[in-house]
Write a protein that binds this ligand. Structure first.
Ligand SMILES: *[C@@H]1O[C@H](CO)[C@@H](O)[C@H](O)[C@H]1NC(C)=O
Ligand SMILES: *[C@@H]1O[C@H](CO)[C@@H](O)[C@H](O)[C@H]1NC(C)=O
Ligand SMILES: *[C@@H]1O[C@H](CO)[C@@H](O)[C@H](O)[C@H]1NC(C)=O
Length: 391
């Protein structure tokens, strides 16, 4: 990767009219350079975004061609395929960012899985409240709840032979206001729920364990990373070889990852050996304060994802997945989310894929909704930004 960067910089100095590697080179509204530096090809990712990708000219349309992936892109043996899809929320409704919970959980409509899979999706992230799964902290899983949750998981898996599901513990590294191993739940209690889930789902490699959603305001990063290592060890001790998603800090910020948690998380080891099955979990929203609470998008922040890719490649060729991103129902978001997802798709296998936030039990008035309309039609953001970038 560093080699490509220096080549791109050298050419940029000599030939200003040529776009550098990874740069935009076309698309609706684009007025910049439309030719690419040597060794890269201007590839149409969608009607809004063409990008200079490494490689030689190919006539195959990028949207259907794995040939648009970076030249360094042979996926490590046994790694995940390119993934793309959607969060189906509901079992997490009313988990607050302090890890408290007042709800009862709402089942995402099962019909959405067949709907989105038919359109090319192969990834569903299914969040749930810790308090629903183990009503008593550190206690046994509520089998009644688990059977309800599992009905949803199976509906997703059964929608297609290549569909993967992320089991997402959606608690912000907290239970009722206090941080794991930093005043809140013990590491043993955090490990306990994952040991039980590993026993339930450990035989299915299409199930990915998202060990914690959006840690934030952590007093000690190294203590958090130690808690992550404890869960990795516990899941393996339970006999599971599933892929694990490891989240960093600042709400799993993709932007903060290379400078905050990344340098520590890359040291987490897998008792299985290697690191192929430890994938980093990152989020990125495109509104003014990166919170995912406003309808309008202000940036595609592709540079954030490029910096992340450089960090991952420089630190052992690791992988990450963008498990949350999104935008409102505006033409700006359609353009900017489309740019972002096109880049993510092009950066496989360093970036394994994405799941957009959100469908499931959200109704069609939610600010970031991609829930299909009652007549079965899709939201404009889904049609214009997500669907073209599915695997
Ligand atoms: C177990 O889950 C079911 C279904 O969500 C719920 O009705 C029941 O109250 C739960 N039990 C406990 C002890 O929370
Ligand atoms: C990402 O976008 C936000 C909002 O426009 C901006 O403040 C921030 O500087 C961007 N980050 C990078 C690294 O480009
Ligand atoms: C999204 O925006 C389009 C165009 O402005 C509008 O027709 C449609 O009703 C909007 N959809 C929702 C769910 O608000």
């Amino acid at each position: 990767m560093m080699k490509y960067v220096s080549v791109a910089l050298a050419f940029a100095a000599l030939a200003l009219a040529q776009q550098s590697e990874w740069g935009q080179c076309g698309g609706i509204g684009w007025s910049g350079a439309t030719t690419c530096v040597s060794g890269t090809v201007c590839s149409v990712l969608n009607s809004y975004y063409s990008q200079c990708l490494p490689g030689v000219a190919s006539s195959a349309p990028a949207s259907s061609a794995t040939s648009s992936a970076p030249a360094t892109s042979s996926a490590p043996a046994g790694s995940l395929p390119r993934l793309g899809g959607v969060n189906t929320a509901g079992y997490d409704f009313s988990v607050a960012t302090d890890g408290s919970f007042t709800g009862t959980g709402v089942s995402p409509p099962a019909s959405q899985y067949a709907h989105f899979t038919a359109e090319g999706a192969n990834l569903y992230r299914i969040p749930f409240a810790w308090q629903l799964m183990t009503p008593q902290l550190g206690g046994s899983i509520n089998q009644t709840f688990l059977s309800i949750y599992d009905t949803t998981v199976q509906a997703a898996l059964n929608s297609g032979p290549n569909v993967h599901v992320i089991i997402d513990l959606h608690n912000y590294a907290r239970w009722n206001g206090a941080v794991i191993a930093q005043g809140g739940p013990t590491d043993a209690q955090f490990q306990s729920i994952w040991t039980q889930l590993a026993q339930k789902y450990g035989s299915n490699q299409r199930i990915i364990f998202g060990i914690m959603n959006e840690p934030h305001d952590l007093p000690s990063l190294s203590t958090w990373v130690n808690s992550v290592q404890g869960v990795v060890n516990a899941v393996r001790a339970a006999g599971s070889t599933n892929f694990l998603l490891l989240p960093g800090s600042t709400y799993a910020s993709a932007q903060a990852f290379p400078t905050e948690a990344g340098p520590l998380l890359v040291k987490v080891t897998d008792p299985l050996g290697g690191t192929t099955k430890l994938v980093f979990d990152v989020h990125k929203y495109l509104d003014s304060d990166n919170s995912g609470t406003h309808p309008d998008c202000t940036t595609d922040n592709v540079s954030v994802m490029q910096t992340l890719v450089q960090f991952l490649q420089a630190n052992g060729n690791r992988q990450a997945i963008l498990s949350e991103t999104g935008g409102g129902n505006t033409s700006t978001c359609e353009h900017l989310v489309g740019n972002e997802l096109a880049y993510v798709k092009s950066a496989y296998p360093t970036l394994v894929g994405f799941s957009i936030w959100a469908a499931g039990a959200f109704d069609t008035t939610y600010v970031l909704t991609v829930t299909p309309n009652a007549d079965g039609s899709d939201q404009p953001l889904w049609v214009d930004a997500v669907q073209p970038n599915l695997p």
